[in-house]
Every structure is written in structure tokens, then in C-alpha cells.
Write a protein that binds this ligand. Structure first.
Ligand code: UDP
Length: 314
């Protein structure tokens, strides 16, 4: 049995990761300050005797973690543009001090470390699709910079610990992911469109909706994450679903699946909103023998089912 520390363990992706690792017979310590995470996401994890939850801010230190740790997975951070705009300083601190603290925990324990990085390191990309060799196009002082630059810093810090202390590190660049346990008020396109349609509110398209994204179902992502942590690969790996579509088409797809009186309306495009995004997953395919298998149609149905229950108060 290996012992994992997962920061952001009460978050959308972190909580699915806790469940998967527990089901594979591991011990899991989830750490979260709950500014965007929720203990409700841990209902399944709590059923395991191998699970512990610590409510604390990773940016302030991890001295409370006792005993041997085999793996440290740093998933704590606001990740929706709405959230990181509300908490820009917390976002920068969890990416900087939080990454330093989690890397120290890994160094002291000779543990394997994984950083949950993001496709946002590529900014508004000038190459398409984005591969790991691309250095990105990020506005360092724009509204999104608190997230993008925090993650770029955290990647640099991770590589520094790898080079200086030989910590066995992983850098995972996560592209748009969706699925159960996203919050109703998360603010990202998939949850907004589903919740708006479920509640008969207008579907808000920012700009003309021609910007593209590529959406990966959370179960696919988690399988890739587990393969990566056990892989021995120290260089960044993109994980995401390469099926690309425009945001307008995403809204239409949601409307096809939910009976509603909602209409599509336009709102202003946020500053520095990337025009395109699609992962090049050649490295993940070659190194991890991984690629997503859940089609968007199927993943959306599962996600709609989740939100409709939550909105009914089930
Ligand atoms: N978006 C939109 N309406 C919404 C929420 C998001 O049109 O209600 C757009 C947003 O401007 C972006 C895309 O959908 O172009 C994906 O946004 P999201 O917040 O899901 O994630 P991002 O990829 O920007 O991090």
C-alpha cells in the first residue's frame, strides 16, 4: 500500500483522483482549504478507512503531515477563470508557496511529486494544436496572468527541484476537463451551459462563440493521471481530449440534450480569452499508451444527469 498526499483533494479533479487511488488499495491524505473545493466531493472517499482529510491552506505549510509519504500530487488551485479572478492572490500563492511546500514534502520523503499544470501555460496559442515543446503566448499582466504565470512558475520550480535535489517529478498539463462534481457556480462553459439550460435561463456565449476548446471527460483524465504518476516521465505531458469544437457548437450540443426554453445570447468576450485550444497528445499516447475513450456526447449526458440531480436538491 502506498501513501498519497493530494492537495486540492476536495476539488473536482482531486476528489476523483482520491476515489480512484483508494479503490486501488492505497492510503490517501487529501488536503484542501475549501475555497473552491467541497467536502461533499469526498462522500465516497470518507467510506474508506484509508482516507484522511485535512482542511488547511497548502500555501501556509504542510507541517501537519506526519509519517511516510510515497507520492505528493499538487492539485490545489482555483482553476475556473471566474474563481481565479475572484481569488488572484490566493491563486498566485498556491502556485508559488504551495508548490514550494509540496515539493519540500516530496524531497523530505524521497517521494514522487506530480504538479497539476495546465494548458493555460500556452496562453492564447500561436501554434495549433499545442504540443509540450511550445513555450506559449501569455500576457504577464493580464487578468488571467494570476493563474497562467502561477502555473508557469510552478513548472519552473518543479524542474528546479528535479535538477537540484533529483526529486522524481511529473508535470501534467491538463486541458479542459468536465464531469460530475463541477460546481453549479463554477463559471466554466460546460457547467454554465448545462445549468442555464436546466433552469431555463439564457445560454451565455462570450464573444461570437467561434473560439474553440477540446473537452475531456474526467474519468479519462484520471486514468491518464495514474498512468503518468507511475511512468517515470519527468518532462511535461499534455492530457486532454483532442476532439475540438467551437463554444457555439458546445452550446448547441447541450441544447439538443436538454428540453428547455433557453435561448443563446451573446456576452462580451473576457480579456485574453484564448481563441483556440486543442491538445497534441502524441507524447501521452507514446509514453503512457493513453488516449481518451469517452465521446463528448456520452460524457455530456453523464454530466447533465449529475447537474440535474444537484439542481433538484437530490
Ligand atoms: N464561455 C462562454 N460562456 C460561458 C462560459 C465560458 O462562452 O458562460 C467561453 C469562454 O469565454 C471560453 C470558453 O467558453 O472561450 C471556455 O471557457 P471556460 O471558462 O470553460 O474555460 P477556459 O478554457 O477559458 O479556461
Amino acid at each position: 500500500m502506498a501513501r498519497f498526499v493530494i492537495t486540492g483533494g476536495a476539488g473536482f479533479i482531486g476528489s476523483h483522483l482520491c476515489d480512484r487511488l483508494l479503490s486501488e488499495g492505497n492510503e490517501v491524505v487529501a488536503v484542501d482549504n475549501l475555497i473552491t473545493g467541497s467536502v461533499n466531493n469526498l462522500n465516497l472517499a470518507y467510506k474508506s478507512k484509508n482516507f484522511t482529510f485535512l482542511e488547511t491552506d497548502v500555501s501556509k505549510g504542510l507541517e501537519m503531515i506526519n509519517g511516510k509519504v510515497d507520492y505528493v500530487m499538487h492539485f490545489a488551485s482555483p482553476a475556473s477563470p471566474v474563481d481565479y479572478l475572484e481569488f488572484p492572490i490566493e491563486t498566485m500563492l498556491v502556485g508559488s508557496a504551495g508548490t514550494h511546500n509540496t515539493l519540500e514534502l516530496a524531497r523530505q520523503n524521497k517521494a514522487t511529486f506530480m504538479l497539476a499544470s495546465t494548458s493555460e501555460v500556452y496562453g492564447d496559442p500561436s501554434i495549433h494544436p499545442q504540443n509540450e515543446g511550445y513555450w506559449g503566448n501569455v500576457n504577464p499582466i493580464g487578468l488571467r496572468s494570476c493563474y497562467d504565470e502561477a502555473k508557469r512558475y510552478s513548472e519552473a520550480m518543479t524542474m528546479a527541484y528535479h535538477r537540484v535535489y533529483s526529486v522524481d517529478t511529473r508535470i501534467l498539463r491538463i486541458f479542459n476537463t468536465y464531469g460530475p462534481r463541477m460546481r453549479v457556480k463554477d463559471g466554466r462553459a460546460v457547467c454554465n451551459f448545462i445549468c442555464q439550460a436546466e433552469q431555463g435561463e439564457n445560454i451565455t456565449i462570450y464573444g461570437d462563440g467561434s473560439q474553440t476548446r477540446s473537452f475531456c471527460y474526467v474519468d479519462d483524465l484520471v486514468i491518464g493521471i495514474i498512468k503518468l504518476i507511475y511512468s517515470g516521465e519527468n518532462m511535461p505531458v499534455n492530457l486532454g481530449n483532442p476532439t475540438e469544437l467551437s463554444i457555439l457548437d458546445l452550446a448547441k450540443l447541450v441544447l439538443e440534450k436538454i428540453e428547455t426554453k433557453s435561448q443563446i445570447v451573446q456576452k462580451p468576450l473576457p480579456e485574453d480569452d484564448p481563441k483556440v485550444r486543442q491538445p497534441d497528445i502524441t507524447r501521452a499516447k507514446n509514453i503512457l499508451e493513453w488516449e481518451p475513450v469517452v465521446p463528448l456526447d456520452e460524457g455530456l449526458v453523464k454530466t447533465i444527469d449529475y447537474f440535474s440531480k444537484i439542481l433538484k436538491g437530490d
